[in-house]
Structures are given as C-alpha cells and as structure tokens.
Design a protein around this ligand. Structure first.
Ligand code: SF4
Length: 330
C-alpha cells in the first residue's frame, strides 16, 4: 500500500504582539491510499489547525513554523500558493461542519458546482452540469438534474451536507479532509452521512482524514486514530486497538467518557478540568494537571513519543512517561 499523505513534525505558530504561540507542535502521522484516519480530541486540541495546515490554509497571524507535508510523495508544503491552490479542491478536498461556509446562498447548486468544476478543468457548461448531476447521484440525492436548479435554502441540513460532499467529489480527489462534518446534524442523519463517507471511500479508494471531537464516530468510521491534546499527538494506533485498549491517560479518559446509546454524539466533557488555552499550556506533559497518573517528572519534562504494543498484537505510539523504560521519577 503506498503512502498518500505524510505529515512530518508540522508546527504552526501564531505571531502575536506578545510573542509566538504554538498551536500545533511537531505533529507527525501518515495515511496510506484509501485509508481512513480519525484526528480526535476536545475542542482546542489543534485538530482543525492540523487540517488547515496540511493544505496550507493557515491565515495570519498563523504561520507554518516547521515541518513538512508530502502528498503522494510531493512536498506540498514547499509549493507556491498558486500550485497548492490547484491541489485544493482537486486532489485534496475539504468538507466543513457548516455547509453554508462552502455554499453561496444566492446561487443555485448547479451554478456553484459548474463554477467549481470549471475553475479546475477546461470543460463546457453542459459537460460540467452532467458531472455535477452524477456526483449528486453518488451522494444519493434524488432527481439530481432538478436539484441542480435549486438554492441551498431549499435543502434540509442533512441534504446540504450531502451536497457539500458532492462538491468535494467533483474533481475525484484522492483525499478528503472532513472537519466535524456531522456535528451540526442530528444523530440519525450523522450516521447516514458517515455511512456515505464509508461507501464513497471504499468505492473509489479515497483517503479520509476525519477531524472530530466525537470518538464514537471515529471508532465506527476509521481504521487509524491519532489523539490530539494541546497541539500534539499523544496516542496513535489502529482504531480497534486504541478504542479497546487505550494507553495514554487522556485517551483512557476520552473512552471512559464515551456516551452510550441514546446519548451518542454528546460532547466529550467528563475528564476533570479543561484543555489549556494556547497562552497557558503547562510545562512538561501538558495533560499533567488533569492526569490521574501524574508523577513528579510529568510537570518537569515533556514526554517523548514512544512505541507501544497493544494486546491484539498491533503497534502504536504514545507520548507519556508511563511508557518510558528510562524514566526516573525524580
Ligand atoms: Fe499523565 Fe505523566 Fe503520562 Fe502526562 S506523562 S499523561 S501526566 S502520566
């Protein structure tokens, strides 16, 4: 299986008058072709910053302070803006939580889809309209030719999100980055949208990077998980391994807080304390003020990322002193 996306030591800072703040701190992970990765953590963990940084969409005062992003072996983080613009919406598409961030309320769906297609391809309006109708069909929107003549407000929230996914599919991307794509929807519609992502990924061997606070959604949809806390990845492994046998105390807290049954989709808020703001990231392990296993070393030294084995034989990476055989509890 070849590597689709490789993120190496990616760091994003925000330049403020009072100095630089680090929002993303040395994040590394890889995604193979056709693979689905969940980037999970509470609000403020840096998940969305990671998504935007991959496609070089960090707006000022933010900037990429280090690391690199390779897409199909090409270092896209080094490309000029014009070249990365050609990749965005073409080989890599993004789907956001709020469809109205992508859709223009005063243009028909058809006009918007045709314009998006023509921005990337040299094709006429009727060919573009045929492709647009085909993509609406792929996301299970009935009577697509008729729907193309309608405006965004004529669709329900779930249907609008399907349209956004159809827009993301227009240029047959190899990777979709979906940032909280179902958070605004009710639980039944959420499940339908995630089923749709699964179906589309499997049909066309498209990679999916799913950014969400909802571990339940990630556990049902992805093959790999990267858990983020305060701008860093604290645990990464196969989804089944991490969900069944979480190693990092933060992941353990997320799993323990996982709502069951009719409460699915509720925000994860049961770990005592809150995610630190960028101006108040604690020294050492940034999770130490909330960690039930905190040791003296945790407040002094930042834990390195270490390989771990899971009971089923899988392997992963954890940033926690508990797994450091060289640890000295000074
Ligand atoms: Fe807890 Fe220490 Fe591990 Fe951080 S390094 S998660 S504080 S045990």
């Amino acid at each position: 299986m070849s590597v689709l996306l490789q993120v190496e030591d990616l760091t994003v800072n925000f330049a403020l008058r009072t100095g630089d703040l680090t929002a993303l701190n040395g994040v590394s992970f890889a995604l193979n072709e056709g693979e689905r990765l969940g980037l999970v953590g509470e609000s403020g963990a840096g998940k969305s910053v990671a998504g935007f940084a991959i496609i070089n969409l960090i707006s000022k005062p933010g900037y990429i302070a280090g690391g690199r992003v390779l897409f199909q072996g090409e270092e896209i983080s080094a490309l000029p803006q014009e070249a990365i613009r050609r990749i965005r919406g073409n080989r890599i598409s993004m789907v956001f939580q709020d469809p109205m961030m992508t859709l223009n309320p005063v243009l028909t769906i058809g006009t918007q889809m045709v314009e998006t297609l023509q921005a990337h391809r040299d094709i006429g309006p009727s060919e573009a309209a045929a492709i647009a109708a085909d993509k609406l069909r792929k996301v299970h929107i009935p009577s697509p030719e008729k729907r193309l003549r309608q405006y965004p407000h004529e669709f329900s929230g779930g249907m609008r999100q399907r349209i956004i996914i159809a827009v993301a599919l227009l240029n047959d991307p190899q990777l979709i980055i979906a940032d909280e794509p179902t958070t605004a929807l009710d639980v039944t519609i959420q499940a339908e949208i995630m089923d749709l992502f699964l179906e589309l990924c499997e049909q066309s061997r498209m990679g999916l990077m799913l950014i969400t606070h909802d571990l339940a959604v990630v556990s049902e949809t992805t093959e790999k998980i990267a858990v983020m806390y305060a701008g860093k990845i604290v645990e990464e492994g196969r989804t089944g391994d991490v969900v069944r046998s979480p190693r990092h105390p933060y992941t353990q807290g997320l799993i323990a807080a996982l709502p069951q049954g009719e409460h699915r989709g509720t925000r994860l808020n049961q770990i005592p304390g809150t995610m630190p703001t960028l101006t108040r990231i604690p020294p050492g392990c940034s999770f130490h003020p909330r960690c039930p296993h905190v040791m003296a070393v945790c407040a002094r030294r930042e834990p390195a990322s270490l390989p771990v084995d899971y009971p089923g034989g899988g392997q992963g990476v954890v940033a926690c002193h508990l797994f450091d055989p060289q640890r000295h509890d000074e």
